[in-house]
Structure formats: C-alpha cells, structure tokens
Design a protein around this ligand. Structure first.
Ligand code: MSP
Length: 509
C-alpha cells in the first residue's frame, strides 16, 4: 500500500534553522516508520523559491534571484542530508517540471471559471506572503501597522487575478464533516472550521508589482501568487498534469506535515484549489507546534537562531533527532535549551537505553562467550516483559498513524524501563554461579526485548539503532517490523559490545 508524505517546501530567504530541521525530521520519522512497516513510501521535500520575500532577500545581498536561490536551496539539501532525512525527491519551484505543472494547474482553474481578473486593494505582509484585513492589524504609535504574526504590512493596490474561493465554502465544510481526520491535531480542525464558517473571500492569486514568479498563462504582466505556486509542488513533483506517470499512484497525499503557522494555506486554500481542478484532496494535514529558544522567539535580530548542523556537530545527530521529538508532545509548542537536550541524552539515552543494552550485551560477552543464548522455559516475569515488547509495534503503528510521535517514544520507554527493572530484579550477574541456565534464559529475554526496542526506534535514531542491531547480531535484511515474528538464531556470535550513547559531560569551565 502506498504512503505519500511531504514536508512544506522551505523558503530560501535565509539559511536553515532548527524549526526547518524539526519539520523535516518529523516527516522523516513518519516516512521511515511506514517503510519499516512494509508500505510503498514516497517522501517529498523541497524549496519554495519565488515571491517578493525571496526576491527582496536576493536583492539585499546583491544577487540575482536565481543565483541566490541556487545557493540557499543547496543549503537546505545539505541540511536534509546531514540530518539523514530520507526524502525520495526534492523539488525546487524554479525547476521546469514545477513551472510547467503549476502553469497547467492555473490553466485548469481558469478553464473551469474559478479564476477571474479583478483588483486587489488591501494589506499584505511580505514576510508571511499573506493578505490581512484591517481589523486584524495592530497600529503602533509611529503609525506603522503589523499583522497578528508581528510581520509589517504594506498597502497593496494592483490589478490581480482572483480565485473564486467563496464558491468552495460549502464543499469545504462538507469535506470537514465527512472526513473528521482531515486536519490534526483536533483543536486545529475546529479552528479551520470556524475560519471557513466565518466566510471565505475570493483570494488574490497573482501579483503585478514585481517579476520573481511564474508568469500567469496568457498575461505576463502578472506572476502567480507564491502560495498557489508553492502548494502546487505536491502534485507537480508527481508529474502533474500527466496523471498516467509512475508517481501519480501516490496522489492523494496521505499526509502533509506542516507547522501551525501555515495550516490555513494547506487546510483551506489547497483543498479548494484541488476541488476546483477536479483532483482528489489530501487525506490529512497535521500541524506541529513552534519552538522558542530558551523562552524567546527565534529571530535574526535577537541573534538566537539555532543552526541544526552546529547542534549535530556538538551533540551528535541521533540525540538531536530524539530530543526534538521527545521533548514536547507533537502538535504542541516547545522550548529549546541545551540543558534540556543534555538531560535527555544522559537520562533517556545513556542511562535508560544505553545502559540496558550495554549491561545485557556485556554479560553475554563475558559469561556466554558472546554467543546469543537459546530461549529458556519462560517465567511469569519473562512472559510479562516479552508480552510488553511484542505489543510495541502495533502500539507504535497507532501512535505514528495519528502523528503522536512523542507518545510513540514514551510507549517505547515504558518497555525500556520495565526491562531495566527486570534486569535489576533477575540479577543475571548473580545467577552465573547459582543457576547458569536461568542466567542464559534471562539474557535471552533481554536480547529479544532490546531487539524489538531497537527495531521500532530505527525511524527516530537510524544510525544508533543500526549499531545496536549489529551488536545483537540481527542481519541487515531482518530489521523491519515483520522480521520481529522470526526469532533470532541461537548461538549467533555477537560482536564485542560497544556503548551506543555516551554520557555527555560538560567540560569544566
Ligand atoms: N514556504 C512555506 C511553505 C510552503 S509549503 C507549500 C514556508 N516555509 S518556511 O521555510 O517559512 O517554513 C517551513 C517550515 O518550518 C514550516 O512548517 C514552519 O512551520 C517551520 N518552522 C519555521 N520556524 C519554526 C519554529 N521556530 N519552530 C517550529 N517550526 C518552525 O512556510
């Protein structure tokens, strides 16, 4: 069964930061989990390169927009690679395949009578690439006005093409009614419904006061509004308008993962564009929260922008991936601090999981010549722990299926904590003299439990979990969820155990 998941395409007006890394890592975990579960996955990311904001950023550094976007888009590609994000494709909105597809989408909307030439007069925030009503603005003592997001607005008056969004109000509401899972988390669904019920105005979908965009078919005085251009990426990357190509089988998308700031574009405008074009709408749009840094909003002027690659250089990739998804429930806001990251590294990773594996594997190395023992006759406690471990894949499928990535980790840690209690209680080191057969049975229970844990954690921490599975002697082709039904071969020679998660010790100042 197919599974198509997307990240938002990133604006190339500045370098990647932790917020971008977060969206990408979360989508990666979801893509990897579905692959592990045997699904035919297509995972798309890319860059959003047109519009006034990008044009201005290029001008500010004295570059032509294309040269500038080439450079910044490459930085995003590098970020994804360094974060081990496993996207299958990367689309740039300046690529011919995208321009052709977006042009075809426009032509289709116009042919159906849903785009007409009009006039726009109102407030526009370049930073958000969004239109605002007067009533939503804050007026400052110096007379300037800002949007609710804090972005400065400017008065725009120009001839524009408009999309007949108002005509889709009822169809959108009906869709929300029949597909209760269309938008998540649940609170966001209600927010979107109230926005639609509040009345939809036709949407300006072209701009005529600057040039950096895809020309409107048949009227090159206009370029397409950057959000129509950008949203189209999810279908142009599949080959739209050609619906007979090999990738079209992935449409409609199973999941558009987005930040809460851009939910409305995805959950209102995008389905309306698709309905107008006669295309099926995505199955689900899930919005995650925002990170602040040590309590403050991240901003270039404050100088607290966190570079994800610098973090990875310092702490290692998997601790960063783990921290971001574990620290806050997915869908909520979070606060980033190095202290909290180090806490998670030392407690969850080094103590709980790292020690569990290290203790179990070194006992096998020392007392059983490094050979994986046979399962013994199970005790009540063995059954309880193995039962918890066996239930994990199904529990995680459920959590990941509703994007509850923090819950998936918490559920896994429940098993890890139970395994630590089990090892303390069974004390296999003491059984070595008194009951070696029982010691072997206990170590096998532990090896089997760690195997399940390491298997289900691969999407979150691919590198470290690969190393843990290597140490358990799990063959490379036997690491997906279905392989868990097949027991490991007894007497497999395990490599010498090595710590996977070192403790982080602050250097003395
Ligand atoms: N180009 C648009 C998306 C178009 S999709 C058709 C865009 N780009 S963005 O680069 O500004 O944002 C990309 C993603 O990063 C969004 O999901 C956004 O929510 C996320 N984040 C940006 N800053 C963030 C934080 N401080 N915290 C968490 N995520 C944040 O929007």
């Amino acid at each position: 069964m197919q599974f198509y998941v997307t990240t938002p395409i990133f604006y190339v007006n500045g370098s990647p930061h932790i917020g971008h890394a977060y969206t990408a890592i979360a989508a990666d975990v979801i893509a990897r989990f579905h692959r592990l579960d045997g699904r035919d996955v297509h995972f798309l990311s890319g860059t959003d390169e047109h519009g006034q904001k990008v044009e201005k950023a290029a001008r500010d550094v004295g570059l032509e927009p294309q040269a500038f976007t080439d450079r910044v888009s490459a930085e995003f590609r590098t970020m994804l690679a360094r974060l081990e994000v496993s996207n299958d494709d990367f689309i740039r909105t300046t690529e011919p395949r995208h321009k052709q597809g977006a042009t075809a989408l426009w032509t289709q909307l116009a042919a159906n009578g849903d785009i007409y030439l009009g006039h726009y007069e109102g407030w526009y925030a370049v930073r958000d690439e969004d239109f605002y009503a007067e009533a939503d603005l804050t007026t400052h003592p110096d007379g300037t006005r800002t949007a609710p997001t804090g972005a400065p607005v400017e008065w725009v008056r120009e001839p524009n093409y408009l999309f007949r969004l108002s005509a889709f109000q009822d169809r959108l509401l009906a869709h929300y009614e029949t597909c209760p899972d269309f938008v998540g988390p649940a609170g966001k669904r209600n927010e979107m419904i109230s926005f639609i019920r509040g009345g939809l105005h036709d949407l300006s979908v072209s701009r005529s006061s600057f040039r950096w965009g895809i020309p409107v078919p048949g009227d090159s005085d206009h370029v397409m509004y950057v959000w129509l251009d950008a949203l189209a990426n999810y279908v142009t990357a599949l080959g739209y308008p050609d619906r007979t190509g090999p990738l079209w089988r992935f449409w409609p998308a199973d999941l558009h993962l987005v930040g809460k700031d851009i939910q409305r574009f995805h959950a209102v405008y995008w389905p309306a564009f698709l309905m107008a074009a006669g295309l099926p709408v995505p199955r689900r749009i899930f919005a995650h929260g925002w990170w602040t840094i040590e309590g403050a909003k991240m901003s270039k002027s404050v100088g607290n922008v966190v570079d994800p690659l610098a973090l990875v250089d310092t702490y290692g990739l998997d601790p960063v991936r783990y921290f971001l998804l574990r620290e806050v429930p997915f869908g909520g806001d979070g606060d980033f601090s190095a202290r909290a990251l180090v806490g998670r590294m030392n407690v969850d990773l080094a103590n709980d999981l790292g020690n569990l594996a290290q203790r179990s594997l070194s006992l096998i190395a020392k007392n059983l010549s490094g050979l994986l023992p046979e399962p013994g006759p199970p005790s009540e406690e063995d059954r309880a722990l193995l039962g918890m471990a066996a239930a994990l894949p199904a529990r995680l499928r459920e959590h990941v299926g509703r994007q509850a990535l923090g819950d998936a980790l918490e559920e896994t840690w429940r098993v890890i904590r139970a395994a630590n209690a089990y090892i303390d209680h069974q004390a296999p080191w003491a059984l070595r003299r008194t009951d070696p057969a029982r010691m072997a049975a206990v170590l096998r229970v532990l090896a089997d439990t760690i195997r399940v844990v390491a298997t289900v954690l691969q999407p979150f921490m691919p590198g470290s979990m690969a190393r843990m599975l290597d140490q358990l002697g799990v063959p490379e082709g036997e690491r997906d969820l279905s392989a868990l039904d097949r027991p490991l071969a007894a007497a497999t020679a395990l490599p010498p155990p090595q710590g996977v998660f070192p403790r982080w010790v602050e250097e003395a100042a």
